[in-house]
Every structure is written in structure tokens, then in C-alpha cells.
Design a protein around this ligand. Structure first.
Ligand code: ADP
Ligand code: MG
Length: 395
């Protein structure tokens, strides 16, 4: 996955307008930005371009307005937070494209920053509509994509517009691809991959890829119940993805042929319901009786996984080990997070909920690379091409 795209560092930007696709899809709380991690992650590209005398037109999506103007998903609070972080004025466009926005873009001087409205207010965005890409292209002379978290989508602002303007890779995009690329291309061994979360179907592509590349795959989260069901083990009321059972059976077959060891939990923590106040008990092995559901890996599994993580050369973690949002079922995820944080290995964590768990435990700083892209990081690790990257200029 050697990176063959031209970097924004190489672009001649002085005195020119650059349309930058950023990922400002941040959580909001009462009209304020609740977590500005993604805004901060885009600052290096924004600051580089301003220092080099470019005028910036920034574009992002926020939430899922589904092609309609939804005032509660306006970029306004994001622009306010960005202005604080940059220490400069951020002009806010009243719409994504159109005459008024074109006039605002034309009025920019070197160093100025204009933030467009939520690009998903436009139905053409997710349809990768040519007319929208054209209108976006009229706002600038160059394009840079720094929205790694959206790069697996072929949308007008991530893909279409890169065919209208010369497109460069932003610094975050480059770094994400570099750090995730190292895991698959030249990992320090043993390479240990920890996979959890809700669905096997989301992650089966990654399991397949790492059965070829990794030394060990450790499975936790709800997805282990698709594996247990496929082995005929009782799963009680646990969350079992029906489609995942066949996929899990196939993965187990492939694991037998591969040099990679695929580990499932050997014990579980059970609850009556998906609720923090539910009755809780330690499972006997992996058997889940009727009336109970498996909501976390058990202490023996957590200890075994932590030991493997401590002995690794490279660790990739995607997906929580249990329902970590509920305190009685957070211990497995916490043990894995602590082991990842303490491991001398090169550690990489991706996935929205896994990153949220790391932050909840205050351990994000102790990980070598925390990816800003959930779906995009999985597709990249699977070996898929990302449309938002492919459309950029070749180096
Ligand atoms: P990520 O965003 O890190 O890729 P996922 O979105 O795949 O992770 O999965 C996270 C979700 O999986 C969390 O909401 C968590 O509560 C849920 N989960 C994990 N283990 C279980 C379980 N045993 N039963 C039910 N839900 C679970
Ligand atoms: Mg998730």
C-alpha cells in the first residue's frame, strides 16, 4: 500500500484557493461541539496551507441530514470551535454551493478561511452528483482531501470534485494510510489483531486478510456468539447475527488451514438484559443458558488476551470486547485497553466505539496511532481501494 498520491506539501498553493475536504463529523451537545478531536486532527493541513499563503474553503459533513437542510446539523458550532483553535476568523457560508457562496469564496485573501455548510444538506453529495461536484469545483483552484474517515465513500466532496480540480492528499489522510499501511506491510512480529464489536459481517473481510498476515487473532464482543453458534454451543439470549454464523464457520475453516491462530473467549460475563442494572453473573465457560446473554468476555479470557498483547510486536485493535457502555460489562474492554496502552508493541486502534472506550478510560494518549476513521480504516486494512484516495493525483 505504498502511498503513491501527491501530497498537499508538494502543491503550489500561494495566492490560490484550496477546497479542503475535512472530517468535522463531531458529536454535538446542545449546540456546542462535545468532542473536538476530529477538528484538531485537521489542523496540521489547515495551518500548513495558511502558512503557505493559500485561501481555504473547508467542506465537511455532519451527521446524517439525508439531503435536507436540518438547522440542528449546521456547521456553525464547528466553525466557532475551529476559529478558537486556529485563533483566526472563520467565515461561515450560508449554504454548500451557489452564487452567494461563490462570491464569498472569490472574496477570500491568502490565509482566510471559509467553512461551507454541511455538505450532506445537498442530496447530490452521497449520490456523487456531477452537478454538485462541478459547483464545488467552482469555489477553488485546487482540492485537498484530508477526510480519512469519509475516504471510503465515493461522494461528490470526496471523489467527484477530485475529477474537476487537481486533488492532493492532506497530511492526516497521508498519515492514516501510512500508519495503517505499516500494520499490513511491515509489522514487527508477532502481529496480534484484537477484534470485537457487534457484527461479524462488518469485520469478516478483516478476519480473512489477517488470517493471512497476522500471527494471532483474538475475538471478543458480540461477534464471538456467531462463532459459538456455528460450533453448536448454546448462546442463550446473546446477540447473534444470523448472517454472521455462516461467515464465522467459514472463518474457522480458513483458520484451520492458516498459520494464524484464531482465539475465542473461554469465559464470559452474563447479564439478564442489556442494562446497567441487570442481574449479572460469571459464565461457566462459554455456555450461555436461556434467559441470559453474554455481555463481556470473562476474566480468564481478558487475562489471556492481555498477555498476548503484552508479548506482541504489533497490535491492531478494532471493536470492544463487550458492552463497555454498561459498567458491569466494561472490564474485558478495559483490560484490553490497558494492555494495549502498556504494551511495548507498536499499537494501532481503529473503530469509533473502540476509540470512545480508550478515551473513556483515559488511555488514548498511550496508543501509538488512534485512527480517526472506523469504516475507512477497516476497508483499508482489508486491502480495498478507497475512492476518495484513488481520485487524487498520482505522485
Ligand atoms: P467499533 O465502532 O469500535 O468498530 P462496533 O461498532 O463494531 O465497534 O461495536 C461496538 C458495539 O458493540 C458497542 O455498542 C457494544 O456495546 C457492542 N457490544 C460489544 N459486545 C457486545 C455483546 N456481547 N453484546 C451486545 N453488544 C455488544
Ligand atoms: Mg461502531
Amino acid at each position: 500500500m505504498s502511498f503513491a498520491k501527491e501530497s498537499v506539501r508538494e502543491a503550489e498553493v500561494a495566492g490560490r484557493r484550496v477546497l479542503v475536504r475535512v472530517d468535522f463529523n463531531v458529536p454535538l451537545d446542545g449546540g456546542r461541539v462535545a468532542d473536538d478531536t476530529r477538528i484538531r486532527a485537521a489542523l496540521p493541513t489547515i495551518e500548513l496551507l495558511r502558512e503557505r499563503g493559500a485561501a481555504l474553503v473547508l467542506v465537511s459533513h455532519l451527521g446524517r441530514p439525508k439531503g435536507e437542510v436540518r438547522p440542528e446539523l449546521s456547521m456553525r458550532p464547528v466553525g466557532e470551535r475551529l476559529a478558537e483553535l486556529l485563533g483566526c476568523e472563520v467565515r461561515q457560508a450560508p449554504a454548500v454551493v451557489g452564487e452567494e457562496v461563490e462570491a464569498m469564496a472569490a472574496d477570500l485573501s491568502p490565509g482566510d478561511v471559509l467553512l461551507l455548510e454541511n455538505v450532506r444538506f445537498e442530496p447530490g453529495e452521497t449520490e456523487n452528483d456531477g452537478a454538485l461536484a462541478e459547483s464545488l469545483g467552482r469555489l477553488a483552484e485546487l482540492y485537498a482531501n484530508d477526510a480519512f474517515g469519509a475516504a471510503h465513500r465515493a461522494h461528490a466532496s470526496t471523489e467527484g470534485v477530485a475529477h474537476r480540480l487537481p486533488g492532493y492528499a492532506g497530511l492526516l489522510l497521508e498519515q492514516e494510510i501510512g500508519e495503517l499501511g505499516k500494520v499490513v506491510e511491515s509489522p514487527e512480529r508477532p502481529l496480534v489483531v484484537v477484534l470485537g464489536g457487534a457484527k461479524v459481517s462488518d469485520k469478516v473481510g478483516v478476519i480473512d486478510r489477517f488470517l493471512e498476515l497476522a500471527d494471532r487473532i483474538l475475538i471478543g464482543g458480540a461477534m464471538c456468539f456467531s462463532f459459538f453458534r456455528s460450533q453448536g454451543s448454546p448462546t442463550g439470549d446473546s446477540l447473534v447475527e444470523e448472517e454472521g454464523v455462516q461467515l464465522a464457520a467459514e472463518a474457522l475453516d480458513r483458520a484451520r488451514e492458516s498459520d494464524c491462530e484464531l482465539d475465542l473467549p473461554t469465559d464470559l460475563v452474563l447479564g439478564r438484559e442489556f442494562d446497567a442494572d441487570t442481574e449479572v453473573k460469571a459464565g461457566e465457560g462459554i455456555v450461555v443458558p436461556d434467559g441470559w446473554m453474554g455481555l463481556d468476555i470473562g476474566p480468564a479470557s481478558a487475562a489471556a488476551y492481555a498477555e498476548a498483547i503484552g508479548a506482541a510486536g504489533t497490535v491492531l485493535w478494532n471493536g470492544p470486547m463487550g458492552a463497555f457502555e454498561l459498567p458491569p460489562f466494561a472490564a474485558g474492554t478495559k483490560a484490553v485497553a490497558e494492555a494495549v496502552a502498556a504494551s511495548p508493541a507498536t499499537t494501532v486502534v481503529g473503530g469509533g466505539d473502540s476509540v470512545a472506550a480508550l478515551q473513556q478510560f483515559g488511555l488514548a494518549e498511550k496508543v501509538d496511532w488512534v485512527s480517526t476513521g472506523g469504516g475507512a480504516s477497516l476497508e483499508l486494512l482489508e486491502g480495498k481501494k478507497l475512492p476518495g484516495v484513488e481520485a487524487l493525483r498520482d505522485a
